[in-house]
Design a protein around this ligand. Structure first.
Ligand code: RIB
Ligand code: CA
Length: 314
């Protein structure tokens, strides 16, 4: 079966790192390029983290990488937060990458690969600033991108950065509105479903025992996220926000979907809120995940990570 060419745009971040490894392990996806954006950490740190993740993955050939936006379209970046550790990867302190990989301009890299039809799908797991810049760069982009999978929004539940807004959207609601208003078919994987998919300590036993570097890295970052969620959110494990977005791109049956119009608040205390309904005057025909087959997803996700660890070890 022909692999589909995808762009991953991310702000690694622990769940981004797990999502990247999940996508790289798939036989269905050809990760043509990975671009970085500010968000969980600065775009410089996101990029260092991406290079370290790719180096530890041991995969060859590597996707091309591009550094993207350092700040939102309009407002300034949110204050630093350390949900993912000081370094964004669970304080694994990997330091500056040892490996020298060519780092291109992220928007230029993505646009050239979309125009040459090497990239047909986008998986966005960070603030949508880069995606907005990509769409603004060339009017042909919306006709060439078959679908964008977006990890973002809190449609019918509380937000995770304010009571109304989810972190990725809240970082740059203006960019999110531009992306949602574009004609690119969109699938939204919001907190409403990602917070139903929890990685628990028991899921990590296979990785903890393994001494291989990649397996150890997966265990260390996942365990950091589990400790954070148990300590600060009273949740029994870590939400797999970004990996579920990859899962949605991989298999149509992972989630069940509805269609509706989606508005985004830009002003006032509800800035960054994503609201479903005709009255929002928002973009029409947005596909959003309404439920998730948790067992099916976790089997695919954990199986893929174990597969990539075996490949690296062999
Ligand atoms: O709200 C969760 C999202 O914000 C995830 O993508 C996480 O990595 C952060 O970027
Ligand atoms: Ca992310």
């Amino acid at each position: 079966m022909r692999k589909i060419g995808v762009l991953i745009d991310c702000d690694p971040g622990i769940d981004d790192a797990l999502a990247i490894l999940f996508a790289l392990a798939s036989d269905k996806l050809n990760v043509e390029a990975i671009t970085t954006v500010y968000g969980n950490v600065s775009v410089r740190q996101s990029t260092d983290n991406l290079i370290n993740i790719l180096e530890i993955s041991g995969l060859r050939p590597l996707p091309e990488i591009g550094i993207g936006s350092a700040r939102p379209l309009v407002k300034k970046r949110l204050e630093k937060r350390e949900v993912h550790g000081k370094d964004g990867l669970g304080d694994t302190s990997l330091g500056r990458p040892r490996k020298t990989i060519e780092i291109k301009d992220g928007v230029e890299l993505a646009v050239s690969k979309i125009l040459s039809k090497r990239i047909e799908y986008i998986i966005a797991t960070g603030p949508l600033t880069n995606i907005a810049e990509i769409i603004k760069t060339n009017p042909k982009i919306p006709d060439l991108v078959k679908r964008i999978y977006i990890m973002g929004g809190a449609l019918f539940i509380k937000g995770n950065i304010t009571p109304y807004a989810e972190f990725n959207i809240y970082n740059d609601p203006e960019a999110a509105k531009l992306v949602f208003d574009s004609k690119i078919p969109k699938t939204v994987v919001s907190l409403d479903v990602t917070q139903r998919v929890i990685l628990e300590r028991s899921d990590l036993t296979g990785f903890k025992k393994d001494k291989e570097r990649l397996s150890r890295f997966i265990y260390d970052i996942a365990n950091f996220a589990i400790c954070y969620h148990r300590g600060f959110r009273g949740v029994k494990g870590a939400y797999l926000n970004d990996p579920l977005c990859v899962g949605a791109a991989l298999e149509g049956k992972i989630c069940e979907y509805k269609k509706g119009s989606l508005g985004i608040k830009l002003n006032g205390p509800q800035r960054g809120r994503t609201i479903v309904g005709e009255e929002t005057g928002g973009a029409q025909d947005i596909t959003y995940a309404e439920s998730v087959n948790v067992d099916r997803f976790k089997r695919l996700f954990l199986g893929s990570l174990k597969k990539i660890c075996k490949e690296v070890a062999s």
